[in-house]
Design a protein around this ligand. Sequence first.
Ligand code: ACO
Ligand code: ZN
Length: 288
Amino acid sequence: TPSAVASGVGYQVKKIHIGAYEINSWYISPFPDEYSRHPLLYICEFCLKYMKSEYTYRRHCLKCVQRHPPGDEIYRDGNISVFEVDGRKNKIYCQNLCLIGKMFLDTKTLYYDVEPFLFYILCEYDEEGYHFAGYYSKEKRSVQGYNLSCIMILPSKQREGYGKLLIEFSYLLSKKEGVPGSPEKPLSDFGLLSYLSYWRRAIYEILLAVSSKDSSSISIEAISKKTGMTVDDITSTLQTDGMLQRQSGLSNYVIVVDSKRTEDYMRRANEKNPRRIDPSKLRWTPFL
Ligand code: ACO
Ligand code: ZN
């Protein structure tokens, strides 16, 4: 866990109580002053309201009728759901979300100017309701072609494949939009690890599917169409894995696939991380 929490500068929230968990903050998040004086904040896992005292929180939990994020449930598979929340329509919820996100994000992120963004909330469903597990934000219109701005999975839910699941989800939306996308830079260390792992799996899957027929014929552009990834991200992933080779006498590169190695990788990856997005379960049309 990064322990880069800055020291000595005024007050800061050190811990949150959310749902069934108490979670230590990794970075400083700009909660309003009067809240920052309380090292432990209580957060309603359904409406994301933050509170200073356990007493207020307990009372809130008795009164709060919300059992899922505001906005539309656009994906459900088993006990996993994704809600799409518009920063303009649900400003307070999205601001609270960003303040929680900032506790685990090192880079400068937005907190209050949420209107130009859509938020995709990952929840675990049980008879009590839709429990918040993580989210990512996305600009409604990204000039740079970003399909994801910030992603955060609650530390209590990390290392279970949810990060890659949301990344896969972000590319599914890009494919529906018909425009390849890429995450906003810079990536954090864990962000980069998650993306590299996702990119590799997405590309290998396509390569294995075609390699039984004709592996040398697939172009990077074709992989981009099938994955929603940008040509740059595909090229850099293939380069990292030494899978691009210059053809003698020609200026262009070909993709060289070692099927055995690629198959072994995919088998291990699927065993380790079986969570996948099922595209048929998406109920969504692109933002207009
Ligand atoms: N140590 C080592 N490897 C890790 C760690 C870790 N702590 N966390 C994730 N990874 C690797 C995993 O090994 C996995 O790869 P693998 O399946 O090939 O082994 C991969 O990253 C993804 O693992 P997931 O379980 O799918 O990811 P997780 O649910 O833990 O979420 C995330 C990843 C979202 C980056 C999470 O660590 C997080 O919220 N971090 C804090 C916020 C952050 O850094 N967000 C990214 C900023 S960049 C951006 O937003 C564009
Ligand atoms: Zn509430």
